[in-house]
Design a protein around this ligand. Sequence first.
Ligand SMILES: NC(=O)c1ccc[n+]([C@@H]2O[C@H](COP(=O)([O-])OP(=O)(O)OC[C@H]3O[C@@H](n4cnc5c(N)ncnc54)[C@H](OP(=O)(O)O)[C@@H]3O)[C@@H](O)[C@H]2O)c1
Length: 270
Amino acid sequence: MGGGETPILLVGAGHMGGALIAGWRRAAAMSPKDLLIRDPSPGEAARTAAAAGAVLNGPDEGLAAARTVILGVKPQVWRGIATELAPRLAPDAVVISIMAGVKAADIAEVLPGRPIARVMPTTAAAVGEGAASIWSADPAARARARALFAPLGVVVDLDEEAQIHAATAASGSAPAYVYAVVEALEAAGVRAGLGPEAARDLSRAAVTGAAALMRTTGEDAAVLRRQVTSPAGTTEAALQVLVGGGELQALVERAVLAAARRSRELGGEG
Ligand SMILES: NC(=O)c1ccc[n+]([C@@H]2O[C@H](COP(=O)([O-])OP(=O)(O)OC[C@H]3O[C@@H](n4cnc5c(N)ncnc54)[C@H](OP(=O)(O)O)[C@@H]3O)[C@@H](O)[C@H]2O)c1
């Protein structure tokens, strides 16, 4: 990265904003001194970046230097925070929102005149394994978002803003679904007779190992699934229960649609 995107002002360095900071630092994508961070209760990533030269909760006069402003606060509180910041920001700063739900048009009302991009990231950005869905009506803002998120993992361009709801439901929120599966697997391992520690170690390794294989081989999930499913074997017995009658697909679909609905509600679409 380099050129016109820095300094970057990150407003909100919680779980997601902190993951971005950690990812950029890990990838050496920018110098910490090019990062301005605003957060009343900064997490470890923000504090470590500050120790390395980032400006954490610096004076308001410094905010106008930011070429890119990332909105990483909760959708429920962003409006008040952005309204307060608006007069302090450069009139041509590019605004990138990572917030679920909040529409570009609403951001444009509060921060008028600035190009806006929306990005739906995942927390694995912290380790360079993130997935970021990007939408903007402005090609330069889209390119800016791409430049910022490419060092943090996979980047996917969306054609329409409304697709961010689906990206939120099927990607941004999805790591939590996988963690829930690991928790369920761990509990089921105990129920099947393993000690708690063995169940924890084995369920974690099963999922991280499966994910690593998927990444390193590039194979479709269906191919990898078939590779570990011998006819009439143990895995097939389990898959009969999970996917035999479409149970898992139906459950995941309901979950994803519930998240997409909530994303629309957060954006005021009801
Ligand atoms: N977590 C994810 O996996 C994920 C994935 C994709 C997108 N997102 C989006 O990322 C955004 C943040 O989510 P999160 O999970 O990171 O939430 P979070 O952990 O609560 O982080 C938000 C941070 O903003 C801080 N904040 C509050 N008021 C502020 C202000 N006036 N100025 C600057 N910072 C302020 C909060 O501090 P306090 O704790 O003191 O309020 C908190 O540290 C949300 O809009 C969410 O939709 C999250």
